[in-house]
Design a protein around this ligand. Sequence first.
Ligand code: NDP
Length: 490
Amino acid sequence: MSDFDYDLFVIGGGSGGVRAARVAASETGAKVALAEADRYGGTCVIRGCVPKKLMVFASEYNHVPDMARAYGWEMTAGDFNWQGFRRQLNAELDRLEGVYRSLLKNAGVETFDARASLRDAHTVTLSTGETVTAKHILVAAGGHPVRPEMDNAQLAIVSDDIFHLEELPKSILIIGGGYIACEFACILNGLGVEVTQYYRGAQILRGFDEEARGLIAESMREQGIDLHTGTNIVEMRRATKEDIARGDDAPSPAATMGASARQADGLAGDDASGDSGGPVWVKATNGRTRVFDTVMFATGRRPNTDDMGLAEIGVGLGRNGQIEVNEYSQTAVPSVYAIGDVTDRVNLTPVAIREGMAFVETVFKGNATPVDHSLIPSAVFTQPEFGTVGLTEEAAREQQEIEVYCTSFRPMQSAFAGKPDRVLMKLVVSKADRTVLGCHIVAPGAGEMIQLAGVAVKMGATKEDFDRTVAVHPTMSEEIVTMRNPMRTA
Ligand code: NDP
């Protein structure tokens, strides 16, 4: 008999926490409980990857009539019905949340719809007033979007709020140049919103391959996104009638009505959500002032570690509030582990799931398994998509002599329709041992392509292995095995 109520108590019902809880319970017979303060499924399912990808799909239909006409179809574009789409979206999220709840139930995991905090190394207190003990505690509490510290920042929404908008704004300013900023710029542009994006740096998507970043920025501008690099917001406030009357940037009366409807819906004044109760006046670093129906900060995320008693019991926290862990996801308190965004290592759903599985393997199966964070393929769902694995050309060049194989071309499908779209296929190769160190693809479907290229790169494939593979013709991705001569060496 254990001295504790549970063998494992998991805090957070997102992808990582749910996976760890149900595998520990179903595969090792551990007595497991899980607390979730919000909706089961967490960021990925409820306000991240899943609704975002469904919005990507919705936005891509914008281009269909144009393309179809070039292929002989008589087709006219209709209007996008945001309310209709949102109804479907919410029904799908409800369904998925139900799936997550039943996965836990079927695995025998006890659930608490409550906020949890730590009292000591083995004790959890719940917002319901209950106190429970566990041999091991796993913190998988995720993260949340943050606004920069500036006056009136609350007037702007964040990515969580997008899915709750009663109406799409006519115009939006997105601030930031990371994954979320670029993805939502493309999505909203595709849905017919006038999108302006301010990014403080010289080029969007910092940290990714420079050539790929350049092509994505160019494509975004070509689609009509008003992207300003080297630009940030310095001031914001609710727009006055005079502001709205003053310039070309005045929002439409319809959009203003939409904003009032959102205010009535309770978004305004809510601490967790942006106050989208009317147009916002914004001053940029270049001195220009403009009015937008909505402003969105996509300026990064922060781990959910406030008021959880973590530091008090000796868990180490980093500068961004992230829980510090070792290679086994163990904190400075031996019975407390942490996985996923709350540790701010690689903030991706499949990585959190891996970390959860490695935790169960280590702690409940007696097989010490460090988490492998090397060569993680990922995709940015811009339009076109960006799939990437391994080192960028710039990072590889710092480490060793390399050859760069690269091609950029107009893909058959859109070229036939007279579109200017271009794609990029790039391999960064070690000159010494011919290993493919990095693969970067900007193309429609690049997310799907990089999953498969990622297997080869993870296996340590050489450029010659790619060359030995016969092309699948006619495809865009065949170029990845047909690039014969390096574009440059460095
Ligand atoms: P990122 O860290 O990727 O980007 C934040 C952006 O905001 C950067 O461009 C940053 O600029 C800018 N920024 C930060 N602070 C300020 C400020 N004070 N003023 C102006 N700009 C500022 O965060 P995201 O929120 O986009 O995404 C968070 C994480 O979520 C990602 O890192 C990723 O791990 C994950 N994610 C993954 C997705 C996917 O796999 N497709 C999709 C969405 C999110 P600078 O570059 O100068 O620092």
